[in-house]
Design a protein around this ligand. Structure first.
Ligand code: Z5A
Length: 217
């Protein structure tokens, strides 16, 4: 059987990936497409997500206010890869092998952009390459990255209007400018379609739909 194709949506804060994912889910055939996201996608990866983002847990019945946990950049890096390995092993690789296409909201380019550039950890580059080539990507090589390129000021203004915060939403504009530089550098080396995400939501989502449909045709 022919392998499915693996499409990854990437972008900084408020780029519109979730909105584009909704449009893709509405228009792509569900029987041969898996929609997923990182960090998350499996029960283990979802637990790691909660630790990493320190988001409010939906449906939690507790009045205990927990102090945010300090997580070092190296621990962040390791936890994102641990969650990714579970995701690849349990969801992405089996789907591709069965001939289904996979569309994922964030993948390894996020680790490059946020941990190496955003958190300024260039010494992790050799470890990143090793994880990418030998540990994860050998089973789940992205066919195409679709990068929603938004100016940090524009993206942050959007998420502030939305009002929900996780640990990454509290970062500075300089952090997101580094993230943008990191994305542009990383995606220059891999198959990528870049979309101007500073435009109105329907235009951005429609462009993503068009690019993804032609990649899967
Ligand atoms: N992270 C990491 O550090 N390392 C890794 O390896 C991985 C992830 C995999 C995941 O957070 C965080 O984990 C992320 C990076 C880090 N942190 N940040 N930032 P998440 O999954 O909770 O969130 P996200 O992926 O970043 O989602 P986001 O900030 O919401 O971005 P988005 O999905 O691209 O945006 P959206 O939800 O579609 O839109 C945000 C709001 O803007 C919403 O109210 C929309 O209605 C509005 N919007 C969207 N597009 C437009 C346009 N074009 N015009 C006007 N308004 C718009």
């Amino acid at each position: 059987m022919e392998y499915g194709r693996f499409i990854v949506l990437e972008g900084g804060e408020g780029a519109g990936k979730s909105s584009a994912m909704k449009m893709l889910e509405a228009y792509l055939p569900r029987e041969n497409t898996v929609f997923t996201r990182e960090p998350g996608g499996t029960p283990l990866a979802q637990k790691i997500r909660q630790m990493l983002l320190q988001e409010a847990v939906e449906g939690a019945h507790t009045n205990v206010i927990e102090e945010p946990i300090e997580i070092s950049p190296l621990t962040h890096f390791a936890l994102f890869w641990a969650a990714r390995r579970a995701h690849v092993e349990e969801i992405i690789a089996p789907a591709l092998k069965a001939g289904r296409n996979v569309v994922c909201d964030r993948f390894d380019a996020s680790t490059w952009a946020y941990q190496i550039w955003g958190q300024e950890q260039p010494e992790l580059i050799p470890l990143f390459r090793m994880m990418r080539e030998h540990f994860v990507i050998r089973d789940a090589r992205p066919y195409l990255y679709v990068y929603l390129d938004v100016e940090p000021e524009v993206g942050i203004a959007r998420t502030k209007r939305r009002g929900i915060e996780n640990e990454f939403d509290k970062k500075t504009i300089e952090f997101y400018k580094r993230v943008q530089r990191g994305y542009r550098e990383f995606l220059g080396s891999y198959p990528c379609r870049s979309i101007d995400a500073n435009r109105p939501e329907p235009e951005v989502s429609l462009d993503v739909l068009e690019v993804v449909m032609s990649a899967l045709a």
